[in-house]
Design a protein around this ligand. Structure first.
Ligand SMILES: *Cc1c(COP(=O)(O)O)cnc(C)c1O
Length: 391
């Protein structure tokens, strides 16, 4: 064999016993021993991999692990299909389940990207969208009585006031009306809340946030409770090319191993900080679902195992005071994401929500002095000291 041919060959990978940690299967395609085997795998007569956009062992193992977490406590076996981002999990499930003439029901205070996607693309594709206050069960009931709704998409707790939707009640109404429910569970993760146990049909995640937890990858996942829908969702991912890269999946798997430890600590720190801020004279309001004063307190205690790592609070002094506060921070970082190990802060009125009419913004609880914080896993004394000095 000439040097050129030798260099072009894949080296033989030899491992006598299995590696302890799941290998990163960075390959675009898979080898068939024979043409007959290739034919049988292609036509799904035989199990096997073909091409990484259709499926990849590393990616599939991580999707399965998230699905098993979301299905924990249920008898059935669900599926988990990883995507390239939280947004592509959302766009893919819409492509998979909706067609022109359908109606989608959703809430007004969705994650910004989701709201923009629905407004920009779904209506253009001939899908009717109803934006409603899903916190009011009577309103939900009334919408179902006067409309044929095909898909309900929601998020709880909702950004940034952390108000909670009653998933049990909402999914019951949806089910009675043959409507599919999809819940974005990125804020809680399945460690804290399992919408499938409360009657939802699908859960989606931005794994970018708490599931990965280390801020070094973008990814998403679609979890479904019945195998029947797996083909439909997988086809949408395959053909729109929204598959997850094996490297991202591998990073997410690393992060998830400490999910329980992190969520325990995030929740404990957030609760302590929220209680501290509630007593502070320069803070007029604190939003944290596990605080007794929060509007969703009882509901949160019912459907969430812990309070989670997200809080928001309002500074006395409005916009200027908020800017001064954020610029004074030392330990906490100003960054437009959440769910990392370190404490992250944003000021919605000057960042994520700056283009929204101040009247509409304020009516959703996003006032000029509101601060959103992803409480990290640092020592609580250091977090409180930083917040205290910045105020
Ligand atoms: C971040 C986020 C998304 C979008 O996820 P990406 O991974 O950034 O695409 C969707 N929903 C919620 C609740 C989010 O926080």
């Amino acid at each position: 064999m000439k040097k050129e041919s030798f260099l072009a060959q894949e080296p033989k990978y030899i491992s006598k016993n299995p590696p302890h940690i799941m290998p990163l299967t960075a390959t675009s395609s898979f080898v068939f021993e024979t043409t007959e085997e290739g034919r049988d795998i292609f036509s799904q007569k035989e199990d096997g991999y073909v091409y990484s956009r259709y499926g990849n062992p590393t990616v599939d193992a991580v999707g399965k692990k998230i699905a098993d977490m979301e299905m924990y406590g249920l008898e059935e076996e669900g599926f988990g299909l990883m995507t390239s981002s939280g947004m592509s999990a959302i766009s893919s499930i819409f492509i998979a389940l909706l067609e022109a003439g359908d109606t989608v029901l959703t809430q007004k205070n969705l994650y910004g990207g989701t709201a923009e996607f629905i407004a920009k693309y779904l209506e253009k594709l001939g899908i009717k969208v109803i934006w409603a206050d899903l916190f009011d069960i009577d309103i939900v009931q009334n919408i179902f009585e006067t409309n044929k709704v095909d898909l309900l998409f929601c998020e709880t707790p909702a950004n940034p006031t952390l108000s909670c939707l009653d998933l049990d009640a909402i999914t019951e109404i949806a089910q009675a009306n043959n409507c599919v429910t999809v819940v974005d569970n990125s804020f809680c993760t399945p460690y804290i809340q399992q919408p499938l146990l409360l009657g939802a049909n699908f859960v989606i995640h931005s794994t970018t946030k708490f599931l990965n937890g280390h801020g070094n990858s973008i990814g998403g996942v679609i979890v479904g409770r019945d195998k029947l829908h797996e083909e439909i969702v997988l086809d949408a991912i395959k053909l729109s090319g929204t598959n997850c890269s094996p490297f991202e999946a591998w990073l997410i798997n690393n992060g998830m191993k400490t999910l329980a430890l992190r969520m325990d600590r995030h929740s404990q720190n957030a609760m302590t900080l929220a209680s501290f801020l509630e007593m502070h004279p320069q803070i007029s309001h604190v939003n944290y679902p596990f605080l007794k004063s929060h509007e969703s307190h009882e509901l949160a205690k019912k459907q969430m195992m812990k309070g989670g790592g997200m809080i928001s609070f309002e500074l006395v002094g409005g916009f200027d005071k908020a800017l001064q506060f954020t610029n004074n921070l030392n330990l906490c970082t100003l960054a437009p994401t959440f769910g990392d190990t370190d404490s992250l802060i944003i000021h919605p009125a000057s960042s994520s929500h700056r283009n929204i009419d101040p009247k509409i913004r304020t009516s959703q609880g996003i006032t000029d002095g509101l601060i959103r914080m992803s409480v990290g896993i640092e020592h609580i004394d250091d977090i409180i000291a930083d917040i205290q000095q910045a105020i």
